[in-house]
Design a protein around this ligand. Structure first.
Ligand SMILES: [Zn+2]
Length: 433
């Protein structure tokens, strides 16, 4: 970077102290996130500045990579290593050091649960390939198909027992996006979480990633939060996705992904239409597909959960119909609390809300495509060792609950605390004691 007498972003960053970041409110990241500091070479900077102005700091990133080989997170003493990634387009990005997520402070942007508490570990390195230039995902479904050839009977590859998954399915991708963007976690230091925050974190996460050798940021449209002043820009961005991404090219029908909050599902003459929060256009699905999705993702369509401020997030695999409508060919849906923390039932939404209200720091372990994996319902990260929260009594999950109790006995044997709630009883006191 050329030295200059004018104010550089570094100078601005040096002046930003946690105490005077209030003027940054509304810019998308919560104040708690803005307290995270990292070191690159000989400079200590707020993480958000590096994220928002990655291009301005390219020279510093390059120097840190050449001189030190990694960045450092200052949430702990001694500092923890961070991977410095550089996409092929030249955009720098910091990522947690593999296997060290648990060592970071629970309020740190790089904190992660231990690998036995996430479905992420079930994939081979070809399915999710992390390297110095980003993350490459091998997605189960094809992102394009030949119109002249009949569609293959089943796009998804059945996974063989006991073997690492070689591709990532729609739900796996949704959980990966959520977990990597730290949206599965809550910490009382983070004051709020809106779709604006989710969108900012997800967008940052996908920059430099690829899916089936295509840029993820081009294949995936994350619905931007509605702001009147950005409405025209957002409409234009969606049109670009629709035309540049989805439009047929000769004999090839291209596909894309749309991620957003499901606002409403209403019947049409041929099936259903999905409307998304913050998004003007509708997505269309056949009645048969809608019925299958409702069976597969029952909690996401739970009306009981909506009463507790829950929302549903949908990741849609879409293509354009001959008339130009956005047609859903598959979808993964996820129930989330009012703070966008994933939940497997309306009772878990109630529990997540109670934990937040009690000022607890917690993480929701997610299964990815591994539907039979058993994890605690929530992990409390403000105790040492971490403790667990279990919600029992969802009808039809008895055998699952049984496997869970076995696992809990194992954790308790290792000294982990446990809060249990049988939903037939009133919710227990979840405050820190
Ligand atoms: Zn950290």
């Amino acid at each position: 970077m050329t030295p200059s007498r004018s104010v550089t972003p570094q100078d601005q960053a040096a002046r930003v102290r946690p105490a005077d970041t209030d003027h940054l409110k509304g810019s998308g990241i919560t104040r708690g996130d803005r307290d995270d500091r990292v070191r690159l070479a000989d400079r200590s900077l707020p993480l958000f500045v590096l994220r928002e102005h990655a291009t301005d700091y390219a020279a510093l990133f390059a120097r840190a990579r050449a001189e030190v080989g990694h960045g450092q997170c200052l949430c702990r003493t001694p500092a923890l290593r961070l991977v410095i990634r550089c996409s092929r387009a030249g955009r720098y990005h910091l990522a947690g050091w593999p296997g060290e997520g648990e060592l970071h402070d629970p309020s740190c942007s790089f904190h992660k649960l231990a690998s036995e508490l996430t479905g992420r570990g079930a994939y081979s390195t070809e399915a999710i390939h992390e390297s110095d230039d980003g993350v490459a995902i091998r997605f189960t479904a094809a992102l394009a198909r030949k119109l002249s050839a009949p569609e293959s009977a089943k796009a998804s590859i059945e996974q063989r027992e006991g073997r690492a998954r070689r591709t990532v399915g729609l739900l796996g991708l949704l959980h990966w996006l959520w977990e990597e963007s730290q949206l599965t976690a809550w910490h009382p230091r983070w004051r709020r979480r809106t779709w604006w925050v989710c969108h900012a974190r997800l967008s940052d996460q996908i920059a430099g990633c690829s899916i089936n050798h295509e840029k993820l940021a081009e294949a995936l449209y994350i619905v931007p939060p509605f702001r009147k002043e950005f409405a025209r820009r957002n409409t234009a961005a969606f049109e670009t996705f629709r035309v540049a991404r989805l439009k047929r090219r000769g004999d090839t029908q291209r596909r894309g992904l749309i991620l957003g909050e499901i606002k409403d599902v209403s019947p049409t003459r041929y099936g259903v239409r999905y409307t998304l929060t913050h998004h003007r256009g509708a997505l269309f699905a056949t009645a048969a597909l809608d019925a299958r999705l409702r069976r597969s993702y029952r909690p996401a369509f739970s009306e009981a959960a909506a009463e507790h401020g829950a929302r549903s997030i949908g990741l849609f695999l879409v293509e354009l119909s001959p008339k130009g409508n956005v047609r859903v060919t598959d979808m993964a849906a996820m129930l989330v609390s009012r703070l966008y923390i994933p939940a497997d039932s309306s009772h878990e939404v109630v529990m997540a809300n109670a934990l937040t209200d009690a000022g607890r720091a917690y993480v929701k372990p997610v299964r990815y495509d591994g539907s039979d994996l058993v994890f605690p319902d929530f992990v409390l990260t403000d105790t040492h060792p971490h403790s667990f929260v279990e919600v029992y009594g969802i009808h039809g999950r008895e055998s699952y609950d049984q496997r869970k109790r076995v696992k809990q006995a194992h954790y308790q044997g290792q000294g982990a605390g446990l809060i249990e709630w049988d939903v037939a009883d009133s919710i227990p006191d979840v405050r820190y004691r």
